[in-house]
Design a protein around this ligand. Structure first.
Ligand code: P1T
Length: 379
């Protein structure tokens, strides 16, 4: 089945009791047992819920995995992954990450005795010198948030496999429409479903997909034991959002390209970060592992003045200033003070996340209106 058919059909069956074509919202916490242990496969909604099951199956199918697990947020999904490990274990993570991911690694899990190394994975050979007998996980976003770095998934997978290390990819920015990490050798794919999978800025949710029954069982055990599961109404909304994923992503990518090209040469704009440009340092890898380059763009201002960035952001009408991304509407964000404020300034600056950096989530509006908005705000 092709991807465009899977988004409509995979994982979802008409409801067997009524024939409802859309998976119903099973708004129930528990299920009747005619005698203890005698039930229809459902006992309690933290453990299983039919609406959530349909969504988990749908996301797993889109990512080319066998097992999907949904969580109450993207961070809850990451939390479940890290709970696979024990004190003393080491994790090698990319050095450009969503601020909340950096925060959970350093502020929550370091105190439980896990050790994190933040590594520039632009060249995958940088990873090898951090590997030792305690290394259990390599974790990467690609494209990264917000610097749009591209990490070679196949290259990292080879290193991970050779050293018997689990490799997890946060695929939030690309979505399975643009990139499927499991086919490239990753063990775990993670999503902030809040973003493109949901697609309409009305749900907070996370997901994991794996292709290994043992890993799936361990993660399902954590999902049930720790209990950060989404409710059925949210699962329904995401099932609905996913049905247009391919159509939305095509438009995000087209609009993204036109907005990125508009920014080139603008007298106020210094650097533009978008993997579709041929001079992006890992454009060749992006071209190989992605179908297209997405609608996320970051740029800095000449002179790197934060106040000027704030001024520009306050003049937008269509690019609404807000955290998050991946919805149908365009958003702008100032990572240094908003989504990535939990990363110490010196760390941010080292990775190029300057004070004037503005991140755009290019929506699916008319692109001429979007460019007009940028023209007026930039002056
Ligand atoms: O917000 P939540 O659903 O918990 O997902 C966390 C998360 C994980 N990974 C990536 C790549 C993300 O971008 C996010 C959330 N990011 C934002 C809210 C943001 O504006 O960047």
């Amino acid at each position: 089945m092709k991807f465009e058919t899977k988004v409509i059909h995979a994982g979802v069956e008409p409801d067997p009791s009524t024939g409802a074509i859309m998976t119903p919202i099973f708004q129930t916490s528990t299920y009747v047992q005619s005698r203890p242990g005698d039930h229809k496969g459902y006992e309690y909604s933290r453990t299983h819920n039919p609406t959530r099951d349909a969504l988990q199956n749908s996301i797993a199918a889109l990512e080319g995995g066998d097992h999907g697990l949904c969580f109450s947020s993207g961070l809850a999904a990451i939390d479940a992954v890290i709970k696979l490990f024990n004190p003393g274990d080491e994790i090698i993570s990319g050095n450009d990450l969503y601020g909340g991911t950096f925060r959970i690694f350093t502020k929550i899990f370091e105190k439980y005795g896990l050790k994190f190394h933040f590594v520039d994975m632009h060249d995958v050979s940088n990873i090898e010198k951090y590997i030792n007998k305690n290394t259990k996980l390599i974790w990467a976003e690609t494209p990264t948030n917000p610097m749009m770095n591209i990490i070679d998934i196949e290259g990292v997978s080879k290193i991970a496999k050779a050293n018997n290390i689990i490799f997890g990819v946060d695929n939030t920015f690309a979505t399975p429409y643009l990139q499927q990490p499991i086919a490239l050798g990753a063990d775990i794919v993670m999503h902030s479903v809040t973003k493109y999978l949901g697609g309409h800025s009305d749900v907070v949710m996370g997901a994991l997909v794996v292709n290994n029954a043992e890993l799936a069982d361990q993660l399902a055990f954590i999902q049930n034991s720790c209990g950060a599961t989404p409710g059925p109404q949210d699962c329904f909304l995401v099932l609905r959002g996913i049905k247009t994923l391919h159509v939305r992503m095509d438009r995000h990518c087209d609009n993204g390209r036109k907005v990125a090209e508009f920014l080139v040469g603008h007298p106020k704009v210094d650097r533009i970060y978008w993997p579709g440009f041929e001079d992006h340092p890992n454009h060749a890898i992006a071209k190989r592992q992605m179908k297209s380059y997405g609608g996320m763009i970051s740029f800095t201002l000449k002179g790197d003045n934060q106040e000027e960035a704030f001024d520009i952001m306050s003049k937008f009408h269509l690019f609404t200033c807000a955290e998050s991304l991946g919805g149908v509407e365009s958003l702008c964000n100032h990572p240094a003070s908003m989504t990535h404020a939990s990363i110490p300034r010196e760390e941010r600056i080292k990775n190029g996340l300057l004070d004037s950096l503005i991140r755009l989530s290019v929506g699916i509006e008319d692109v001429e209106d979007l460019i007009d908005d940028l023209k007026k705000a930039l002056g």
